[in-house]
Design a protein around this ligand. Structure first.
Ligand code: MSP
Length: 470
């Protein structure tokens, strides 16, 4: 049986889950469900990133200990995923004791192998990114993502010999041993690597909220190094050897473009240092903007998953998130656009088709019409992670079926030629079943409802599935 291991980034707990996080997580859930349906043995990992200066500061502001703060915030993420019907196989927290122990073991191994050494560091640190920036990264002296001035940090620090892995990483990525998609992103990473990889600082002396280095307890581990290892510890890894980890390596790691560079260099470099196979693929999606603007708490234009679910329900929210933009590219959303799409695709599209077809069958054929076999082939789209294209294809078939009802004037046809009407309805019922099957990964509850009703011995109209929304 093929295995399929899929990961999302682990999210910082200083933030509340918003629809940017939901987008990645729901996409991963859809892919996980799809691969399960193909008969593969699937493991889907998500979780929270809980150490570092940023989280410590947020906890302090909230007047809580970092651990208490993280306990509450991790729950917020779990609740959001539950609301959106996300079914992960494990939710890893970097404060899990087993994760911390394995992280220390991995650091010790890299240290013993000579890939970690002590030095002095001076650099510009952006706490929002939890990353050092170079002067070239800055716009008007500020971090372009967080619009804040980075701090100048000067302290002794341990370094990871990332430069040592430059050529090997270039080779693996160029040859697609580690595939980075979409292609533009691969080229970006390659040119970044070719511009020269520098050794990176992997410890902090003045940040107490972190995993202590096993070989120098005055330092804590750089939060990204700790975070990356979640992809291993989330499978139960204890700090060395991956031989008995059934799901390793990841078949796909999903993330947005903001964190590709660190994943494709630091994370992969650590794996080479630890002698562990690299992930097979990183798939990078774009950024959501809201009404044309970057979503941010200070601009007050953030959409929270619970608002989405309250308005549209879980399944429609999943549909709207994934159909609003093509997975590899940036996309803009707004309440108006989402409501319009909900009404067009779900209320007038799928919902209307199902209720009209079921209604006529119930009224004229005593609920019994033989469905004809139909197929909507979305395999290629799903394999290439083109989730919005898959939804488009399903929608096109639904539109076709709705049009067929109008064109054949089915209500008249039932009276004038019942046999012919049964033929058309059989075809339409087949389309409903095919759409239901394709939608199982996207809208699990709705698809189950549609399939059960369409395959029932006696079809009844039932309640509408997607009421129109203003
Ligand atoms: N903790 C790190 C990741 C460590 S992984 C070893 C981190 N966390 S984060 O909370 O900032 O999450 C970043 C990720 O959240 C993005 O890569 C993306 O998956 C998702 N998104 C956050 N905002 C987003 C949008 N506005 N649009 C699309 N995705 C967004 O970085």
């Amino acid at each position: 049986m093929n295995k399929f291991y899929i990961t999302t980034p682990i999210y910082y707990v200083n933030d509340r889950p918003h629809i940017g996080h939901a987008y990645t997580t729901v996409a991963a859930d859809i892919l996980a469900r799809w691969h399960k349906k193909q008969g593969e043995s699937v493991f889907f990992l998500t979780g929270t990133d809980e150490h570092g200066a940023k989280v410590a500061e947020a906890a302090q502001k909230a007047g809580q200990s970092p651990k208490d703060f993280c306990d509450v915030k991790a729950q917020d993420f779990k609740k959001a995923w539950e609301l959106l019907s996300v079914k992960y196989d494990n939710f890893i927290r970097t404060t899990d004791p087993a994760h911390e122990v394995a992280t220390q073991q991995a650091l010790q191994t890299m240290f013993d192998k000579g890939f970690i050494y002590k030095g002095d560091y001076e650099g510009l640190y952006c706490q929002g990114c939890e990353q050092y920036l170079t002067p070239d990264d800055l716009v008007d002296g500020k971090c372009p993502d967080h619009r804040t001035e980075p701090q100048l940090i000067k302290e002794d620090s341990y370094f990871f010999k990332l430069s040592h892995f430059e050529k090997e990483l270039e080779k693996r990525i160029l040859g697609d041993e580690l595939k980075i998609e979409p292609k533009e992103r691969k080229n970006e990473v390659l040119s970044f690597i070719r511009s020269g990889l520098k050794d990176i600082s992997i410890s902090r002396k003045n940040v107490k909220w972190g995993v202590p280095l096993p070989f120098d307890k005055d330092h804590t581990t750089y939060v990204w190094v700790d975070a990356f290892l979640n992809y291993l510890t989330g499978l139960g890894w204890q700090g060395s050897g991956v031989g008995d980890l059934k799901y390793w390596p990841p078949d796909i790691q999903l993330m947005a473009k903001d964190i590709l560079r660190v994943h494709s260099t630091i994370w992969t470099g650590m794996l080479l240092a630890l002698d562990i196979p690299l992930p097979k693929r990183m798939f990078v999606h774009g950024f959501f903007t809201f009404n044309g603007q970057k979503m941010s708490k200070s601009l007050g234009n953030v959409i929270w998953p619970e608002q989405l679910v309250e308005k549209y329900g879980a399944d429609a929210s999943r549909y709207l998130l994934l159909s609003s933009t093509s997975l590899g590219h940036d996309g803009d959303i707004s309440w108006d656009k989402m409501t319009e799409k909900y009404n067009a695709d779900l209320a007038n599209g799928l919902g209307n088709l199902v209720s009209r077809v079921f209604n006529i069958i119930e009224k004229n054929f005593d609920g019994k019409v033989k469905a004809q076999a139909a197929n909507i082939d979305i395999v290629k789209e799903m394999e290439e992670f083109r989730l919005s294209d898959a939804l488009e294809k399903i929608k096109a078939k639904i539109d076709w079926a709705n049009k067929k009802i109008d064109e054949t004037k089915i209500w008249d046809l039932v009276k004038s030629d019942k046999a012919q009407a049964a033929e058309v309805l059989g075809e339409l019922l087949g389309v409903i079943i095919a759409a239901g099957e394709c939608l199982q990964s996207f809208m699990p509850q709705t698809a189950a409802k549609i399939l059960a009703a369409a395959k029932a011995e006696k079809i009844i109209k039932g309640e509408g599935i997607f009421p129109r929304i203003k």
